[in-house]
Design a protein around this ligand. Structure first.
Ligand SMILES: *Cc1c(COP(=O)(O)O)cnc(C)c1O
Length: 339
């Protein structure tokens, strides 16, 4: 089975399992896990933030970020395909009493020159716009990345209007691989950022929230309240550290393979794809005949798993466990079914 459903299906590699077994651990609720402490410092330093906090999931990282940036009754502007709006239940409403204000963007990206119209709060009966939530790379937006200029313009806009910025960097590693952006740049545009170790990086569990020392202190308290205080998780920190050192450099290979399959898809008469939108490891494309569900079924019978992403839309995601051999096989099957 060639599993292109998501980059979350990756399993820990042999080398990763070895460092997990050997990891030094302690009770992280006492802040005594040396592997966790080292990882938090390392990732905060890498991106230029004061502090970091290891969390069990990207969802918790995003929700803690929303929580520490807002007061109850505030609203968060977000592109309408954003993960925080679509795939985290109603957590922001439930946990932080804030409203998400979803707005149309392009390929999952918001742009500074369109945001002005969406801001609210000049009258006391309006919700108070407080945070702009961005995603880089975008998930439902097809793996597209913000340019540094786009992010700088959003930062300038936020400063002018006294807004804060959260950056959902679940796939920031893919974005950096595609754009070559210096990791330190992100702390100049974002007030909080979340990063995942268990997407394309291949760790079994784990994300991190990054911000100022003060906000991380508040997030630490909230993580405990939400039941996210963990004990000997140095085992997971070791996996995340290994993922950064050994798997992060391999993302370029995922991107190369994704582009290759995109070209095959582009050559199939029953499929359409915008090749310009293929920047990282995610492909979003449409079927011209039948439904996405039917296409998923036909592919599954031939040994390829994908997910439907709309009535006529499918998503394929490349990751650590997809080899060149898998790519060749997948391309042949796509040509056979969709030519
Ligand atoms: C996967 C993902 C997350 C986090 O998801 P979890 O399953 O909670 O780890 C957050 N944002 C984006 C854009 C994602 O793709």
């Amino acid at each position: 089975m060639i599993d292109l459903r998501s980059d979350t299906v990756t399993k820990p590699t042999k080398g990763m399992r070895k460092v997990m077994v050997e990891a030094e651990v302690g009770d992280d609720v006492f802040a005594e896990d040396p592997s966790v402490n080292a990882l938090q410092e390392k990732v905060a330093d890498l991106f230029g933030f004061e502090a970091g906090l290891f969390v069990p999931s990207g969802t918790m990282g995003n929700q803690l970020s929303v929580n520490v940036l807002t007061d109850p009754g505030d609203e968060v502007l977000i592109e309408q395909t954003g993960h925080i709006f679509n795939y985290e239940s109603t957590a922001a409403a439930h946990l932080s009493s804030v409203l998400l204000n979803p707005q149309p963007g392009e390929k999952g990206k918001l742009s500074a020159d369109k945001l002005e119209d969406f801001l609210r709060g000049s009258h006391e009966w309006e919700p108070h716009s407080k945070v702009i939530a961005l995603e880089n790379s975008t998930n439902k937006g097809g793996g597209c990345c913000y340019t540094e200029d786009e992010l700088s313009a959003l930062r300038a806009f936020a400063d002018e209007r006294e807004l804060l910025i959260h950056l959902d960097g679940a796939r920031i590693w893919n974005a950096m691989t595609a754009t070559g952006t210096d990791p330190q740049f992100y702390s100049t545009v974002a007030d909080t950022m979340s990063v995942c170790f268990s997407k394309g990086l291949g760790a079994p569990v784990g994300s991190m929230i990054l911000s100022s020392a003060e906000r991380i202190k508040r997030a630490h308290k909230m993580r405990k309240m939400w039941g996210g205080g963990m004990r000997q998780i140095g085992i997971l920190a070791a996996a995340a550290d290994y993922a950064i050192e050994k798997h992060y450099p391999l993302l370029a290979e995922d991107h190369r393979r994704a582009r290759k399959l995109a070209e095959t898809i582009d050559s199939c008469s029953k499929l359409s794809i915008d090749l310009n939108s293929v920047e990282t490891n995610i492909l979003i494309f449409d079927v011209s005949e039948g439904s996405a569900e039917e296409a998923v079924d036909s592919l599954s019978k031939e040994g390829i798993r994908l997910v439907p992403f709309g009535p006529k839309t499918l998503r394929a995601t490349f990751h650590l466990q997809i080899t060149d051999d898998d790519l060749e096989k997948a391309a042949d099957i796509f040509r056979k079914i969709f030519s």
